[in-house]
Design a protein around this ligand. Structure first.
Ligand code: FES
Length: 542
């Protein structure tokens, strides 16, 4: 039996099951950036009791845990297996718990012409008589043909509701037409005032839902959360690997994302006082893997050379087929994907910025674990993606965490004393460093002369915050007496290297695109940046 602390939750594990898998089953989420593959070292737990009932430390644990860590009982949850039936008490320390993430819900907006895929019509039908016994459905279709002049179909769920709805308000009904050709809903009386849609952004890390009044185009409420698939792997490749491990796993991941979206839709509707049945349309974007998994399409070949997507064009699928709880007749519209690693999210970036319409020399960078870059040379658009890695999301950084409560998000270094000052998400005690702060730290250390221009520490900088531990040099951002975890929060030489690699990947992608079209960086008139932490980056003009 495993007892998880501080929750006190109990879980009977299978023999040889990892603590990580047992925690998932118990509904306890442990930090993981690699989906339990032993690649991130973030799933640290403390064995408080029952060391004799677990497997000995693996080589992976030796790599991520120091001798002192192991001595204090620290283990990696994804590497530690249950060997016998006795009690194992496992403490999930603060730095390994998944907190709520600070998410960006607002950004750059531009005016668009309102042209929703659904619209409503108020109809008054002639009731049947003994001389006119035309069936209800045909009666409705004839009226609609007269009003619109087009071929109209009725969806099945409309048929099941039609007879009572027609008679409820003396044959006065409101119909909702999808793309002017299919009746997806009928309501008694005049219901033209309620017409809502939801836009959903499925990010690898974040999930955001926007409830939109389709008559005005206004966003009436938003809701966001972390992508509930995170415990199965933090990057796209880990999730695809999880899908490939077992044929049931695609369904598992799809169910998770559908559940997450449904929960957020309920939240957004509650905030705006809107019923789920008043949502008649949904649009969804995500990178190619997220898009495929949401639609129940196997993303396996996206990760295998030559990295092809299963489908490139846009898709319309009935919401109920996917398990999305909105109006029973509504469709989900998935935007097209450009290529295996340039997905519908890049298409959304292009539409949102209007970079395709302005035809201005501009560049768009959507930073994530996989970064998409779009370049407009004044005429055509060129796109590429680069594996920038999850360093900006906190992975592979010694004290890196996502932008959860307690994450250091801004850092300044006093040029005189070389003492760092910081601000955390939620203004609470720090428990790690998130992407925006990592960028700050490197820039500030360079400015203050703590690192040299090649990224190596300057041991002559003259501050005791720069010190040597276990043969490695590190810089202390927050000493242990200030932190939530009771441990120093530091930046190491390898952290700087990780950021250099991530920056180099993005820089390379951008340079190759520029080279491909024969443009100089100085010709770029506008740079659009997407990705949650980019909104709080300091802009330095040269
Ligand atoms: S090393 Fe255990 S989850 Fe990544």
């Amino acid at each position: 039996m495993i007892i998880f602390l501080p929750h006190g939750r109990r879980q009977k594990p299978l023999k040889d099951e990892t603590i990580f898998d047992a925690a998932l089953k118990a509904g306890i989420e442990i930090q993981s950036l690699c989906g339990g593959k032993g690649l991130c070292g973030k799933c640290k737990v403390i064995i408080v009791e029952g060391k004799e009932n677990i497997s000995p430390p693996t080589e992976v644990e030796m790599k991520y845990l120091s001798r002192e860590d192991l001595h204090e009982g620290f283990r990696l949850a994804c590497q530690t297996r249950i060997r016998s039936e006795g009690i194992v008490k496992v403490e999930v320390p603060p730095e390994s718990r998944l907190g709520r993430q600070k998410l960006l819900e607002k950004g750059f907006e531009r005016k668009v012409k309102l042209k929703p895929a659904v619209h409503k019509l108020l109809l008054s039908l002639k009731p049947p008589t003994l001389r006119d016994v035309e069936p209800d459905a045909e009666r409705l279709i004839s009226e609609l043909r007269e009003r619109t002049g087009g071929r109209i179909e009725l969806s099945y769920e409309v048929l099941t509701k039609l007879p009572d709805t027609l008679r409820e308000k003396s044959w006065e009904i409101t119909v909702t037409l999808w793309r002017g050709r299919e009746v997806i809903s009928v309501e008694s009386g005049d219901k033209r005032k309620s017409l809502y849609g939801v836009a959903v952004d499925i990010g690898t890390t974040k999930l955001a839902v926007y409830l939109v009044d389709l008559r005005s185009g206004k966003i009436v409420s938003t809701a966001s959360d972390m992508n509930p698939q995170i415990p199965f792997g933090e990057d796209v490749i880990s999730r695809i690997s999880f899908v490939m491990k077992d044929e049931l796993n695609l369904g598992r991941l799809q169910a998770k994302i559908v559940e997450g979206i449904n929960n957020l839709i309920v939240k957004a509707c509650r905030r705006a006082g809107v019923e789920l049945s008043e949502i008649y349309d949904m649009t969804v974007v995500g990178n190619t893997a997220m898009h495929h998994i949401f639609l129940g399409i196997n993303p396996k070949y996206v990760s295998l050379s030559p990295y092809t997507a299963v489908v490139g064009s846009s898709l319309d699928v009935k919401a109920r087929t996917l398990g999305i709880n909105i109006n029973g007749g509504a469709y989900v519209h998935a935007l097209p994907v450009i290529a295996g690693f340039v997905g519908a999210d890049a298409v959304a970036d292009i539409i949102a910025t209007g970079i395709n319409e302005n035809r201005e020399k501009s560049m768009l960078i959507d930073i994530g674990t996989n970064t998409e870059i779009v370049l407009c040379d004044g005429e055509n658009l060129y796109a590429c993606s680069c594996a920038s890695g999850p360093a900006f999301e906190g992975a592979h950084i010694t004290h890196g965490i996502r932008a959860v409560e307690g994450a250091i998000e801004r850092v300044w270094i006093d040029p005189e004393t070389l003492k760092p000052m910081y601000k955390t998400v939620g203004n609470v005690k720090p428990r790690g460093i998130c992407g925006s702060a990592i960028v700050d730290i490197i820039a500030e250390m360079l400015k203050a002369g703590i690192i040299k221009s090649n990224g190596t520490f300057n041991t002559d900088a003259g501050t005791d915050r720069l010190r040597e531990r276990n043969g490695k040099i590190e810089f202390v951002i927050a000493p242990k007496n200030e932190t939530f975890t009771g441990r120093d929060i530091v930046v190491t030489q390898s952290d700087i290297r990780e950021i250099q690699l991530a920056k180099a990947a993005i820089y390379t992608g951008a340079s190759i695109l520029l080279k491909h079209v024969g443009m100089n960086p100085s010709e770029i008139k506008k740079l659009y940046m997407a990705g949650a932490f980019t909104s709080i980056l300091k802009v330095r003009r040269q």
